[in-house]
Design a protein around this ligand. Structure first.
Ligand code: NAP
Length: 292
Protein backbone atom coordinates (compact mmCIF):
# COMPACT_ATOMS: atom_id res chain seq x y z
CA UNK A 1 0.00 0.00 0.00
CA UNK A 2 1.33 3.46 -0.78
CA UNK A 3 1.64 6.26 1.74
CA UNK A 4 -1.54 8.33 1.38
CA UNK A 5 -0.67 12.00 1.67
CA UNK A 6 -3.58 13.26 3.74
CA UNK A 7 -4.00 16.92 2.80
CA UNK A 8 -6.80 17.46 5.30
CA UNK A 9 -4.53 16.48 8.19
CA UNK A 10 -1.52 18.47 6.98
CA UNK A 11 -3.67 21.53 6.28
CA UNK A 12 -5.16 21.25 9.78
CA UNK A 13 -1.65 21.31 11.25
CA UNK A 14 -0.80 24.35 9.12
CA UNK A 15 -3.97 26.08 10.32
CA UNK A 16 -3.21 25.31 13.99
CA UNK A 17 0.23 26.93 13.57
CA UNK A 18 -1.29 29.95 11.84
CA UNK A 19 -3.82 30.33 14.64
CA UNK A 20 -0.96 30.67 17.13
CA UNK A 21 0.88 33.07 14.84
CA UNK A 22 -2.25 35.20 14.49
CA UNK A 23 -2.74 35.30 18.27
CA UNK A 24 0.83 36.59 18.55
CA UNK A 25 0.17 39.22 15.87
CA UNK A 26 -2.89 40.33 17.84
CA UNK A 27 -0.88 40.64 21.04
CA UNK A 28 1.90 42.57 19.34
CA UNK A 29 -0.03 44.86 16.97
CA UNK A 30 -3.54 44.86 18.43
CA UNK A 31 -5.05 43.73 15.13
CA UNK A 32 -5.57 40.53 13.16
CA UNK A 33 -4.88 39.84 9.46
CA UNK A 34 -7.62 40.93 7.06
CA UNK A 35 -8.50 39.12 3.84
CA UNK A 36 -10.75 40.67 1.18
CA UNK A 37 -12.52 38.00 -0.87
CA UNK A 38 -13.86 39.26 -4.18
CA UNK A 39 -16.27 37.11 -6.18
CA UNK A 40 -17.90 38.24 -9.41
CA UNK A 41 -21.06 36.46 -10.54
CA UNK A 42 -22.36 33.13 -9.35
CA UNK A 43 -20.27 30.34 -10.89
CA UNK A 44 -21.24 27.37 -8.68
CA UNK A 45 -17.68 26.05 -8.18
CA UNK A 46 -16.45 29.57 -7.29
CA UNK A 47 -19.16 29.89 -4.64
CA UNK A 48 -18.06 26.58 -3.11
CA UNK A 49 -14.40 27.67 -3.06
CA UNK A 50 -15.20 31.13 -1.64
CA UNK A 51 -17.32 29.58 1.11
CA UNK A 52 -14.56 27.13 2.06
CA UNK A 53 -11.85 29.83 2.02
CA UNK A 54 -13.97 32.23 4.09
CA UNK A 55 -14.78 29.55 6.67
CA UNK A 56 -11.14 28.47 7.00
CA UNK A 57 -9.95 32.09 7.29
CA UNK A 58 -12.41 32.81 10.10
CA UNK A 59 -11.40 29.61 11.89
CA UNK A 60 -7.80 30.76 12.22
CA UNK A 61 -8.79 34.28 13.28
CA UNK A 62 -8.46 36.17 10.00
CA UNK A 63 -11.00 38.97 9.39
CA UNK A 64 -12.84 38.40 6.12
CA UNK A 65 -14.16 41.28 4.01
CA UNK A 66 -16.64 39.75 1.63
CA UNK A 67 -17.30 41.45 -1.75
CA UNK A 68 -19.77 39.50 -3.86
CA UNK A 69 -20.40 41.48 -7.05
CA UNK A 70 -22.91 41.26 -9.89
CA UNK A 71 -21.77 39.44 -13.04
CA UNK A 72 -22.54 42.67 -14.98
CA UNK A 73 -20.01 44.77 -13.06
CA UNK A 74 -17.74 46.84 -15.31
CA UNK A 75 -14.01 46.15 -15.36
CA UNK A 76 -13.31 49.76 -14.28
CA UNK A 77 -15.65 49.38 -11.27
CA UNK A 78 -13.91 46.17 -10.22
CA UNK A 79 -10.51 47.84 -10.50
CA UNK A 80 -11.82 50.79 -8.45
CA UNK A 81 -12.80 48.34 -5.72
CA UNK A 82 -9.34 46.71 -5.84
CA UNK A 83 -7.77 50.17 -5.51
CA UNK A 84 -9.92 50.89 -2.44
CA UNK A 85 -8.87 47.57 -0.91
CA UNK A 86 -5.24 48.35 -1.78
CA UNK A 87 -5.56 51.52 0.32
CA UNK A 88 -7.53 49.94 3.17
CA UNK A 89 -5.21 49.43 6.15
CA UNK A 90 -7.40 46.67 7.60
CA UNK A 91 -6.92 44.56 4.47
CA UNK A 92 -3.65 42.61 4.23
CA UNK A 93 -4.60 40.19 1.49
CA UNK A 94 -6.86 40.47 -1.56
CA UNK A 95 -8.21 37.38 -3.25
CA UNK A 96 -10.09 37.65 -6.54
CA UNK A 97 -11.81 34.34 -7.20
CA UNK A 98 -11.26 33.13 -10.75
CA UNK A 99 -12.63 32.75 -13.34
CA UNK A 100 -13.91 36.28 -13.94
CA UNK A 101 -16.64 36.93 -16.54
CA UNK A 102 -15.35 36.98 -20.14
CA UNK A 103 -15.96 40.74 -20.38
CA UNK A 104 -13.22 41.38 -17.80
CA UNK A 105 -9.49 41.15 -18.44
CA UNK A 106 -8.27 38.82 -15.69
CA UNK A 107 -4.61 39.80 -15.99
CA UNK A 108 -5.42 43.48 -15.72
CA UNK A 109 -7.46 42.90 -12.56
CA UNK A 110 -4.89 40.61 -10.91
CA UNK A 111 -2.08 43.02 -11.74
CA UNK A 112 -3.99 45.89 -10.12
CA UNK A 113 -3.68 44.18 -6.72
CA UNK A 114 -0.78 45.66 -4.74
CA UNK A 115 1.97 43.00 -4.75
CA UNK A 116 2.16 43.24 -0.92
CA UNK A 117 -1.53 42.27 -0.71
CA UNK A 118 -1.43 39.55 -3.34
CA UNK A 119 -2.95 36.68 -1.33
CA UNK A 120 -2.86 34.31 -4.30
CA UNK A 121 0.75 35.04 -5.26
CA UNK A 122 -0.19 35.66 -8.91
CA UNK A 123 1.17 39.21 -9.29
CA UNK A 124 4.12 39.39 -11.76
CA UNK A 125 6.34 40.85 -9.03
CA UNK A 126 5.70 37.89 -6.73
CA UNK A 127 6.05 35.44 -9.63
CA UNK A 128 9.40 37.10 -10.41
CA UNK A 129 10.51 36.95 -6.78
CA UNK A 130 9.74 33.23 -6.66
CA UNK A 131 11.65 32.70 -9.85
CA UNK A 132 14.84 34.53 -8.78
CA UNK A 133 14.91 33.82 -5.05
CA UNK A 134 17.53 31.42 -3.82
CA UNK A 135 16.69 31.63 -0.11
CA UNK A 136 13.94 29.71 1.68
CA UNK A 137 10.32 30.50 0.87
CA UNK A 138 9.45 31.92 4.27
CA UNK A 139 8.58 35.48 3.29
CA UNK A 140 7.43 34.94 -0.27
CA UNK A 141 3.83 35.18 -1.45
CA UNK A 142 3.63 31.97 -3.46
CA UNK A 143 0.75 30.56 -5.53
CA UNK A 144 -1.21 28.50 -3.02
CA UNK A 145 -1.78 25.21 -4.85
CA UNK A 146 1.84 24.49 -5.80
CA UNK A 147 3.11 25.58 -2.40
CA UNK A 148 0.58 23.21 -0.84
CA UNK A 149 1.96 20.43 -3.05
CA UNK A 150 5.49 21.16 -1.84
CA UNK A 151 4.37 21.06 1.80
CA UNK A 152 2.80 17.66 1.14
CA UNK A 153 6.05 16.41 -0.38
CA UNK A 154 7.93 17.67 2.68
CA UNK A 155 5.68 15.50 4.85
CA UNK A 156 7.45 12.48 3.37
CA UNK A 157 10.75 13.58 4.93
CA UNK A 158 12.70 12.53 1.89
CA UNK A 159 15.64 14.24 0.28
CA UNK A 160 14.29 16.01 -2.81
CA UNK A 161 17.74 16.96 -4.10
CA UNK A 162 18.43 15.48 -7.52
CA UNK A 163 15.03 13.80 -7.80
CA UNK A 164 13.57 13.64 -11.27
CA UNK A 165 10.35 15.66 -11.08
CA UNK A 166 7.87 15.90 -13.93
CA UNK A 167 5.08 18.49 -13.83
CA UNK A 168 2.20 17.86 -16.22
CA UNK A 169 0.60 21.22 -17.06
CA UNK A 170 2.08 24.68 -17.56
CA UNK A 171 -0.58 27.02 -16.16
CA UNK A 172 0.48 30.16 -14.30
CA UNK A 173 -1.58 29.02 -11.35
CA UNK A 174 -0.17 25.53 -10.89
CA UNK A 175 2.30 24.08 -13.40
CA UNK A 176 4.84 26.89 -13.79
CA UNK A 177 5.13 27.89 -10.10
CA UNK A 178 5.25 24.19 -9.16
CA UNK A 179 8.24 23.76 -11.43
CA UNK A 180 9.93 26.82 -9.88
CA UNK A 181 9.42 25.45 -6.37
CA UNK A 182 10.80 22.03 -7.26
CA UNK A 183 13.75 23.65 -8.99
CA UNK A 184 14.46 25.57 -5.76
CA UNK A 185 14.49 22.20 -3.99
CA UNK A 186 17.21 21.11 -6.46
CA UNK A 187 15.03 18.60 -8.26
CA UNK A 188 15.68 18.05 -11.95
CA UNK A 189 12.46 19.43 -13.37
CA UNK A 190 10.64 18.75 -16.63
CA UNK A 191 7.38 20.45 -17.56
CA UNK A 192 5.17 18.64 -20.07
CA UNK A 193 1.96 19.87 -21.69
CA UNK A 194 -0.55 19.11 -24.41
CA UNK A 195 2.01 19.58 -27.19
CA UNK A 196 4.76 17.45 -25.60
CA UNK A 197 5.95 14.54 -27.70
CA UNK A 198 6.50 11.15 -26.10
CA UNK A 199 4.90 12.36 -22.88
CA UNK A 200 4.31 8.87 -21.52
CA UNK A 201 8.01 8.02 -21.57
CA UNK A 202 8.95 11.29 -19.90
CA UNK A 203 6.42 10.67 -17.12
CA UNK A 204 7.64 7.11 -16.69
CA UNK A 205 11.04 8.45 -15.61
CA UNK A 206 9.59 10.67 -12.88
CA UNK A 207 10.47 10.03 -9.23
CA UNK A 208 7.92 12.74 -8.47
CA UNK A 209 4.97 13.19 -10.80
CA UNK A 210 2.73 16.23 -10.41
CA UNK A 211 -0.47 16.03 -12.44
CA UNK A 212 -2.21 19.37 -13.10
CA UNK A 213 -4.08 18.76 -16.31
CA UNK A 214 -7.81 18.95 -15.65
CA UNK A 215 -8.66 15.64 -17.34
CA UNK A 216 -10.43 13.04 -15.20
CA UNK A 217 -8.33 9.96 -14.40
CA UNK A 218 -6.11 10.60 -17.41
CA UNK A 219 -2.89 9.17 -15.94
CA UNK A 220 -2.79 5.39 -15.78
CA UNK A 221 -0.29 2.86 -14.48
CA UNK A 222 1.68 2.74 -17.76
CA UNK A 223 2.74 6.37 -17.29
CA UNK A 224 4.10 5.83 -13.81
CA UNK A 225 7.47 4.61 -12.56
CA UNK A 226 7.54 1.89 -9.88
CA UNK A 227 7.82 3.61 -6.49
CA UNK A 228 7.04 7.09 -7.79
CA UNK A 229 5.46 9.82 -5.65
CA UNK A 230 2.28 11.19 -7.19
CA UNK A 231 0.73 14.55 -6.40
CA UNK A 232 -2.65 14.77 -8.08
CA UNK A 233 -3.76 18.39 -8.39
CA UNK A 234 -6.73 17.69 -10.65
CA UNK A 235 -10.25 18.27 -9.43
CA UNK A 236 -12.75 16.95 -11.95
CA UNK A 237 -16.45 16.35 -11.43
CA UNK A 238 -17.70 13.26 -13.22
CA UNK A 239 -21.20 11.84 -13.42
CA UNK A 240 -21.87 8.51 -11.73
CA UNK A 241 -25.47 8.45 -12.94
CA UNK A 242 -28.16 11.01 -13.75
CA UNK A 243 -28.55 12.09 -10.13
CA UNK A 244 -25.08 11.60 -8.72
CA UNK A 245 -21.61 12.91 -9.45
CA UNK A 246 -18.23 12.65 -7.74
CA UNK A 247 -14.85 14.36 -7.71
CA UNK A 248 -11.86 12.59 -9.22
CA UNK A 249 -8.29 13.60 -9.90
CA UNK A 250 -6.19 13.58 -13.05
CA UNK A 251 -4.77 10.20 -12.01
CA UNK A 252 -6.65 6.90 -11.96
CA UNK A 253 -5.98 6.18 -8.29
CA UNK A 254 -7.13 2.55 -8.30
CA UNK A 255 -4.88 1.74 -11.24
CA UNK A 256 -1.65 3.28 -9.91
CA UNK A 257 -1.97 2.72 -6.15
CA UNK A 258 -0.11 -0.60 -6.13
CA UNK A 259 2.75 0.82 -8.14
CA UNK A 260 3.52 4.09 -6.34
CA UNK A 261 5.18 4.81 -2.99
CA UNK A 262 3.02 7.82 -2.09
CA UNK A 263 -0.02 9.52 -3.55
CA UNK A 264 -2.52 12.28 -2.75
CA UNK A 265 -6.21 11.36 -2.75
CA UNK A 266 -8.90 13.41 -4.50
CA UNK A 267 -10.69 14.87 -2.66
CA UNK A 268 -8.71 15.41 0.55
CA UNK A 269 -5.24 15.83 -0.95
CA UNK A 270 -4.10 19.07 -2.55
CA UNK A 271 -7.43 20.94 -2.18
CA UNK A 272 -7.25 21.60 1.59
CA UNK A 273 -3.58 22.59 1.24
CA UNK A 274 -4.50 25.29 -1.29
CA UNK A 275 -6.79 26.88 1.27
CA UNK A 276 -4.20 26.53 4.04
CA UNK A 277 -1.59 28.28 1.91
CA UNK A 278 -3.98 31.15 1.17
CA UNK A 279 -4.21 31.73 4.93
CA UNK A 280 -0.42 31.48 5.15
CA UNK A 281 0.03 34.15 2.46
CA UNK A 282 -2.45 36.47 4.20
CA UNK A 283 -0.64 36.06 7.51
CA UNK A 284 2.77 36.72 5.92
CA UNK A 285 1.36 39.83 4.19
CA UNK A 286 -0.03 41.05 7.53
CA UNK A 287 3.30 40.59 9.32
CA UNK A 288 5.07 42.53 6.58
CA UNK A 289 2.42 45.29 6.51
CA UNK A 290 2.66 45.75 10.26
CA UNK A 291 6.41 46.27 10.01
CA UNK A 292 6.02 49.04 7.38
P1 NAP B 1 -5.27 24.72 -16.99
O1 NAP B 1 -4.95 26.16 -16.90
O2 NAP B 1 -6.40 24.28 -17.86
O3 NAP B 1 -3.95 23.96 -17.49
C1 NAP B 1 -3.98 22.61 -17.83
C2 NAP B 1 -2.62 22.22 -18.34
O4 NAP B 1 -2.68 20.84 -18.69
C3 NAP B 1 -2.20 22.99 -19.59
O5 NAP B 1 -0.87 23.40 -19.48
C4 NAP B 1 -2.37 21.97 -20.72
O6 NAP B 1 -1.41 22.08 -21.77
C5 NAP B 1 -2.13 20.66 -19.99
N1 NAP B 1 -2.78 19.56 -20.69
C6 NAP B 1 -4.06 19.50 -21.13
N2 NAP B 1 -4.26 18.34 -21.77
C7 NAP B 1 -3.10 17.66 -21.73
C8 NAP B 1 -2.68 16.41 -22.23
N3 NAP B 1 -3.51 15.62 -22.90
N4 NAP B 1 -1.42 16.03 -22.01
C9 NAP B 1 -0.56 16.84 -21.34
N5 NAP B 1 -0.91 18.03 -20.84
C10 NAP B 1 -2.16 18.43 -21.05
O7 NAP B 1 -5.55 24.08 -15.58
P2 NAP B 1 -4.99 24.46 -14.11
O8 NAP B 1 -5.64 25.70 -13.64
O9 NAP B 1 -3.51 24.36 -14.08
O10 NAP B 1 -5.61 23.25 -13.28
C11 NAP B 1 -5.30 21.91 -13.55
C12 NAP B 1 -6.18 21.01 -12.73
O11 NAP B 1 -5.94 21.27 -11.37
C13 NAP B 1 -7.68 21.19 -12.91
O12 NAP B 1 -8.33 19.95 -12.72
C14 NAP B 1 -8.06 22.11 -11.78
O13 NAP B 1 -9.40 21.98 -11.38
C15 NAP B 1 -7.14 21.62 -10.72
N6 NAP B 1 -6.83 22.60 -9.68
C16 NAP B 1 -6.90 22.16 -8.41
C17 NAP B 1 -6.57 23.00 -7.38
C18 NAP B 1 -6.62 22.49 -5.98
O14 NAP B 1 -6.67 23.26 -5.06
N7 NAP B 1 -6.55 21.16 -5.81
C19 NAP B 1 -6.19 24.32 -7.63
C20 NAP B 1 -6.08 24.74 -8.95
C21 NAP B 1 -6.41 23.85 -9.98
P3 NAP B 1 -1.38 23.35 -22.76
O15 NAP B 1 -0.77 24.45 -21.97
O16 NAP B 1 -0.54 22.89 -23.88
O17 NAP B 1 -2.80 23.63 -23.14
Amino acid sequence: MPHILNGKKVAQKLKENLKIEIENIKLKFNRVPGLAVVQVGNVAASSVYVKAKTKAAKEVGINVFDHHLEETIKQSELINLINELNDNKDVDGILVQLPLPKTINEDLVLNSIKPEKDADGFHPLNVGKLSISTTNNENLLIPCTPYGCLLLLRELNINLVGKNAVVIGRSNIVGKPMAQLLLKESCTVTIVHSKTLDIENICKKADILIAAIGKPEFIKKDWVKEGAIIIDVGINRVEINKEKSKLVGDVLFSDVEDKVSAITPVPGGVGPMTIGCLLRNTTIACKKNNKN
